[in-house]
Ligand binder design. Structure first.
Ligand code: 3SK
Length: 510
């Protein structure tokens, strides 16, 4: 089936006899559940409620919604109505929301009651938003509750679309700030489910999936929504912060079979279970990681604990999901693996020429899920989407056995004594030290104005980091000139919501 993605991801299950299967279960509160049949019905009524409220096709609707059952109802219901949902990161500040509300010119805003206070100051300043719908028991003046919005609405038939019609947007903050609206088309959702979802993750109908990456993030949207929904599986939703404690509890109580994490959390979980000498009991059969490269050490320790590898991969908001990944039964820690079936990659130098094995180049990717472009940012669209190829801004090296090794962001690399240093390589060396939990390395100028590595470290609890010992450790591991000349111990590292270290912020304080 082409056309409206909601037909394939939602309604198809009812037609094929899977309507009673549980699509989503909340791993909090009263553990509310929604079946595929109820999701089909409620999303159709949501579409009817949008029409009744005067929301027209192609208008945008902001979703500032926690991972809770209303999320899929709104997302798929909007697609059915032809309205373009824009799920937003739920951790941004009022001023960033204000900028996005203006940039997108969204006509409607769906907001979880817990987040209302943050956006409230932006509402009187906004001339575009006509409907504010609060997911909660009550709504302030000028807004309606979600239940009131839905009450009495008639189900609407999904609008007919072509494969190339824009279905939804995501705002990409990148690793350097300025959010950009990334426009994705209906067919991209199925393209990622058919490629990474089916052929790498290999999710099955009997799986229970838990993604610590939230649904507003492209990685979480695939893991927790489109991949399980492609096969009629069940997803666990958690509306709180994924900490080592909350994740351990979900693993114990809800027993997922597929776990989708990010490196920081994998590292913190391994550390917690090592120091407690025990780990939860869960029937995990597949684990994946993305967001930033997974430290080798963390992957090996996870494998030793669970007997299951973590398949590390790399994706982007622009490509919607992972396009380079380790594969089941073929995991090499410290690499991002090989191209996902359906995607091609190239490594190019600054002049755009392909580089050879063992040389570092910028990663370009092509595949069916690439975005339609950025909203109202022609220059950035032209420099990122070059015909069928999308520039990732990541530096990679190809090994003789055909695997891709991450070397850092294009703008994070620097030279020491004329030789390129990848901050990522120094960070990998640092996190393999037993006292170090997390590391970030940036360039800092010495008294002679020459760039040298500086490390910011988060230590494991109860550990003291001796800077000289750490420097010597790195020298022994990766080479004399790459060691950090300065070591600063910090409580945590600045990160994007998707777990990418914001080195630009550290550069400012270095
Ligand atoms: O950062 C990543 O690796 C990623 C993976 C999947 C989807 C989106 C992103 C940004």
């Amino acid at each position: 089936i082409g056309g409206n993605a909601a037909l394939w991801f939602v309604d198809r299950h009812v037609g094929e006899g899977r309507g009673d299967g549980i699509a989503f279960r909340e791993a909090f509160g009263d553990n509310r559940e929604i079946s595929y049949g109820d999701l089909a019905e409620q999303s159709a009524r949501f579409a009817g409620a949008c029409h009744r409220a005067g929301l027209r096709r192609e208008e945008r609707a902001i979703m500032l919604v926690l991972d809770q059952i209303e999320f899929p109802v709104i997302f798929w219901g909007a697609l059915k109505a032809g309205i373009v949902p824009i799920p937003l990161n739920t951790l941004l500040s009022t001023s960033v929301y204000d900028a996005i509300f203006h940039d997108s010119r969204a006509s409607a805003l769906f907001v979880s009651s817990e987040l209302y206070e943050t956006i409230a100051p932006a509402l009187p300043l906004n001339p575009f938003i006509r409907e504010v719908i609060v997911i909660g028991d009550s709504a302030p003046e000028g807004a309606r509750t979600f239940n009131a919005f839905m009450e009495g609405a008639e189900p609407a038939e999904p609008v007919t679309v072509c494969d190339d019609e824009v279905a939804f947007w995501l705002y990409s903050s990148g690793s350097t700030g300025q959010p950009k609206g990334v426009r994705h088309v209906h067919s991209s959702l199925k393209a990622t489910a058919d490629t990474y979802g089916a052929q790498v993750l290999g999710v099955r109908q009997d799986d229970t999936v838990y993604s610590v990456a939230k649904l507003f993030f492209a990685y979480g949207l695939g893991n927790g929504m489109t991949f399980p929904m492609a096969v009629g599986a069940t997803t666990l939703l958690y509306n709180g912060r994924p900490t080592p404690d909350s994740v351990s509890q979900i693993l114990t109580e809800h027993r997922p079979t597929v776990f989708c994490g990010v490196p920081t959390l994998y590292a913190a979980l391994v550390h917690k279970w090592e120091s407690e000498g025990a780990h939860p009991d869960a029937p995990l059969r597949t684990c994946i990681s993305a967001g930033e490269a997974l430290p080798e050490e963390v992957g090996r320790k996870w494998q030793a604990i669970w007997g299951v590898d973590i398949m590390d991969g790399v994706g982007s908001t622009e490509m919607l999901h992972i396009f380079l990944s380790n594969r089941p039964g073929d995991v090499v820690y410290g690499t991002s693996g090989v191209p996902v079936p359906g995607y091609e990659v190239r490594l190019v130098d600054e002049a755009g020429a392909d580089v050879g094995v063992g040389e570092v180049g910028e990663l370009l990717v092509r595949g069916a899920s690439s975005a339609d472009g950025y909203w109202n940012q022609r220059d950035k669209s032209r420099s990122t989407f070059e015909g069928h190829w999308t520039r990732t801004g990541d530096k990679y090296e190809l090994t003789p056995d055909g695997r891709y090794v991450y070397c850092g962001r294009t703008d994070d690399m620097f030279k020491v004594s004329g030789i390129w240093v990848s901050p990522f390589e120094v960070e990998q060396a640092l996190v393999s030290h037993p006292a170090v939990l997390e590391a970030a390395v940036v360039a800092k100028r010495d008294d002679d104005g020459l760039e040298k590595p500086k490390a910011f470290l988060v230590l494991k609890s109860g550990q003291a980091g001796d800077p000289d010992a750490l420097k010597a450790f790195v020298q022994d591991k990766i080479g004399k000139w790459k060691y950090p000349r300065w070591v600063e111990i910090v409580d945590d590292l600045p990160k994007t919501a998707t777990g990418k270290i914001q080195r630009f912020k550290l550069r400012e304080t270095a």
